[in-house]
Design a protein around this ligand. Structure first.
Ligand code: 5AD
Ligand code: SF4
Length: 442
């Protein structure tokens, strides 16, 4: 039997990128490639990049520099090592990168990675750059999932975004909003479940704008999709991310009340608590509307864990604007959150806005905000002490005899248990809680 070729993929950024990396690995299986965990002796190295925040391009350059040694070593032995750049930096900066790093062999945008096998097969010495936005969906070309993603799997149901928040590159790098059909999604879910998935996280940049075609020819909502997925017996848990506040409709809220398999967790970024900043960000909601949405969700599902994203130091952000953000945070009481300093992304409207906030103030605000969020997260975790929660054991732990699992609220924990319990939902009595994990006994 011919020896398998080694494919090393380094992934940055969001879960959508993690998903894309899986699919690329799947695409390369028919060409004899097998994904490996380290770049040593790789026949192909893929850098799947993220452009969402600052220094993305710099990070790619330094990683390219490091990985180049592996390519050189391999080629010194007379073997080939293809260096491939994909993802959002490739989409936005492909040409600049190959000018500075001519040893990159292939540059593929986020919409054209489905062409990877044909491009690799056809690759000679000439560099290939393909960052088009094709008119047909890349999903039509993807093979069925080969590699299986284990107990907890991702499934992209929607991609791109039409919201054009003034700071964000996604509408430019990922293109306009596109929803896959229900049939395609159900087929992929079935393949994932057949290969062991018990939990599926539906992915989309603006996932609750989902409006894919249903088998009845009509556009289905995200909630309708949840209902269909919940009927799949071997699927135990459904999650989804990331949602946009004004696209949270009553259907979605009621789904949290009615569908047991839908986990009580929502990632609902607000970005800022100041209406004038939200307006400058081109967000289509006010702070009040956001808070009302959270209230409705909590009425439907009182224990729902809320998570969010925040940007501090957006151009023109005053002390009062920042205070307004802290107020919203205090009102919501987040279970978890991500927060960032504003970073101007070339080509976005916010990049050329005046009144930029000095770096020192950005740093100060970020620290203040993160301290509040950390305290909330720890507090939320501590409310679990004394409860018995169902934990899905989805990974091996760091040490032998330990498995990693997640509660319905997406809290992580390590449990001393038989490896045979991998893939099972077990009931755990929580006896301690920290910032990033819980502890408990079976
Ligand atoms: N600067 C800082 N943070 C950003 N995000 C997106 N674009 C920027 C930017 N230019 C953050 C937002 C978004 C998350 C994925 O990244 O909070 O929700
Ligand atoms: Fe970017 Fe999200 Fe705004 Fe879309 S809704 S432009 S992905 S921040």
């Amino acid at each position: 039997m011919q020896e398998k070729k080694k494919l090393y993929i380094k992934t940055w950024g969001c879960q959508m990128n993690v998903y894309d990396s899986h699919r690329m690995a799947d695409l390369m299986v028919p060409l004899g490639y097998e994904q490996v965990d380290a770049p040593d002796d790789a026949d192909m190295i893929v850098l799947n990049t993220c452009h969402i925040r600052e220094k993305a391009t710099d990070k790619v350059f330094s990683e390219l520099g490091r990985l180049r040694e592996h390519k050189d070593r391999k080629e010194d032995k007379g073997d080939k090592c293809l260096m491939v750049l994909t993802g959002c930096v490739a989409q936005a900066k492909g040409k600049i990168i190959t000018d500075r790093a001519p040893y990159v062999d292939i540059v593929l945008g986020s919409q054209s990675y489905y062409k990877l096998p044909e491009i690799v097969a056809a690759h000679t010495k000439k560099r290939i750059i393909n960052t088009d936005f094709p008119t047909i969906s890349k999903f039509d070309f993807l093979p069925e999932e080969h590699q299986g993603q284990g107990v907890s799997a991702f499934l992209a149901i929607q991609e791109g975004c039409d919201r054009f928040c003034s700071y964000c590159v996604v509408p430019y790098t990922r293109g306009g909003e596109y929803s896959r059909t229900v049939v395609e999604i159900m087929d992929e879910a079935k393949t994932l479940i057949d290969s062991g998935a018990q939990e599926i996280t539906l992915l989309g940049q603006n996932v609750n704008a989902y409006h894919g075609q249903g088998p009845d020819g009509k556009h289905w909502t995200l909630a309708q999709l949840f209902e269909a997925l919940a009927k799949m017996e071997d699927l135990k848990r459904i999650r989804y991310t990331t949602s946009y506040p004004s696209d949270v409709n009553d259907d979605l809220i009621n789904a949290h009340r009615d569908i047991d398999k839908l986990m009580p967790y929502i990632h609902l970024p607000v970005q800022s608590g100041s209406d004038s900043i939200l307006k400058a960000m081109n967000r289509k909601h006010t702070a009040q509307e956001y808070l009302q949405t959270i209230e409705k969700l909590r009425t439907a599902r009182p224990d729902i864990a809320v998570s969010g994203d925040f940007i501090v130091g957006f151009p023109g952000e005053t002390d009062q604007d920042f205070e307004d953000t802290i107020e919203v945070i205090k009102e919501v009481q987040y279970a978890s959150a991500y927060s960032f300093k504003f970073s101007p992304r070339p080509g976005t409207p916010a990049a050329s806005m005046e009144n930029s906030v000095p770096e020192s103030i950005k740093n100060e605000r970020l620290q203040t905000l993160q301290a509040v969020l950390r305290a909330q997260q720890e507090r939320f975790n501590k409310t679990m002490i004394g409860k018995t929660l169902p934990v899905l054991l989805d990974r091996k732990g760091r040490i032998a005899g330990q498995l990693h699992g997640r509660t319905p609220y997406n809290q992580a924990m390590h449990i001393q248990t038989d490896e045979e319990n991998y893939g099972k939902i077990i009931y755990v009595m929580i006896n301690d809680a920290h910032l990033n994990s819980l502890q408990g006994i079976i």
